[in-house]
Design a protein. Structure first.
Length: 107
């Protein structure tokens, strides 16, 4: 986006020297990135104390046991396909039209 703004020359020189920027554009863009990052950091700080992390060996062992239980439950469950009702109707109509097999002696 093209924008014309008036910036204090001494402030710009100080920012360019501090950040070792070659152009004014680089300095301004980095300043905007810093503001954006600041908002993200504020959100992280606001979440401080609300998250629980248990990195103990017991917690990891419990997590692994839960994962194994879930995997075993999925492996033991039979595969059940979700077949639309319309397919059942078509198959029933086809079966009704099918001729019964002839029973008798083969010649």
């Amino acid at each position: 986006m093209r924008t014309n703004i008036e910036i204090d020359d001494k402030l710009m020189e100080a920012a360019m020297a501090a950040g070792n920027f070659k152009t004014k554009r680089e300095a301004v863009e980095e300043g905007l990135r810093m503001i954006k990052r600041g908002k993200a950091y504020d959100a992280l700080l606001a979440a401080r104390g609300t998250l629980h992390w248990d990195d103990s060996d017991e917690a990891w062992a419990q997590w692994r046991a839960q994962q194994a239980t879930q995997a075993n439950a999925l492996a033991a469950a039979p595969y059940v396909a979700q077949v639309p009702e319309s397919v059942h109707k078509v198959e029933a109509a086809r079966d009704a039209k099918a001729k019964p097999a002839k029973r008798g002696r083969a010649k």
